[in-house]
Design a binder for this molecule. Sequence first.
Ligand code: MV4
Length: 455
Amino acid sequence: MIQRVLVANRGEIALRVIRACRDLNLSVVVVYSTADRDGPWLKQADEAICIGQGPATESYLRRERIIAAAEITGADAIHPGYGFLSENADFAEICRECNIEFIGPSHEAMKRLGNKNQARGLAMKANVPVVPGTEGLIESEEAALKFARFAGYPVLIKAAAGGGGRGMRVAHNDASLISGFQTAKQEALAAFKDGSVYIEKYIEKPRHIEVQILGDRHGNVVHLYERECSMQRRHQKLVEESPAPNLPSKVRDRICDAAVRLVKSAGYYSAGTCEFLVDKDNNFYFIEVNARIQVEHPVTELVTGIDLVREQIRIASGEKLSFRQSDIQQRGSAIECRINAEDPDNNFQPCPGLIQKWIPAGGPGIRLDTHACSGYRIPPNYDSLVAKLLVHQPTRDDAIKVMRRALGEFTVEGIKTTIPIHQKIFNTPAFIEGMVDTTFIERVFYGHAAKLGKE
Ligand code: MV4
């Protein structure tokens, strides 16, 4: 049984996990860096332990310091949140060796799914559709050319160790395939210490739809329906919602069932997400698994009424899922806006600094997940997410109206935020009609298509 949880993260997700622990009557320890010493979330924990300097490599990524903090404070479990060590299979394994529950999947399942090429293979075995692609890793230019001749251009070269858009190259012809193959390998080797790549047919203007799953340590797996996550720019999501608009319910059911088959076959437990691309004809293709709680998990919490972080902790303590698939409903429409301390008029440049005035949105149908407040100084060291503004309404049209009202209420002074671009999005007819795809933001607001693999 878990009695004391150490939170190995910061900001809004640290606060989210602390709240889940409080709701379960568990005591909670949080670690922090010197840059976060005034973080308002620290006061909500029973204990806060400083583990180093501002740069994450000196604190939130220091595995030995986090384990030491858990041992010193008597924590018997670690919640990694998202980012930082959340998908580090070695860290999960170290936790097990130290007799500390890692609140997440087993390190074995994480390893199996962390490699995108291996995850592709597992998906094929589980009868889950994948993008037409190479049989396995591509070792030579000849093999790359052979696939391109067979599949036709454009194709996409992907790093097996990549993910979230890192380590990809589009090729439109033989010359760009050969140069892209070499640069993708080199980049992957530099970034992930693993230069292996594979190649897929390039899907043009796809939608990005992901399925939330929960599995327990007894082999039970359920899905909690999908989230539409196409409203992104340079792989940074801006808006997420559930249900996905304009997705036929038969397609939804098939995607969700495919996600359950895949994670079952991987022996996965805890919360996780299966990412899919969906093309214009509603063909869907598995691309990768996120083996963590995600930023946008509250969207799913609103439509299902299930507390995903609480379930993660219960699962880690060995409990069985307390509901079956048929108990889970997707009720109404939920939408999330990520409010970042960034300037949308200046290439989304991060804008850390002092929040002079903060008047949060509230009222019926609103959920605001944030660690910020008036007088809080956003440190320059980390991700610029300052708040997640969510609405939940019976219909998508109502949700859009309430979001417009909430964005209008929300006042932040002293720093630039992404609130203005959200106000534009929620007044754009194509968005209101649900005509979204992964090129939407660049096309509609910046007048050009995004380049892949050039960041
Ligand atoms: C693709 C693709 C088109 N065709 N694969 C980007 C992140 C990584 N998870 C996979 N990604 C993509 N893979 C094929 N075969 C287009 C993308 C993609 C994308 C995917 C999801 C969300 C946003 C995206 C933005 C640009 C490209």
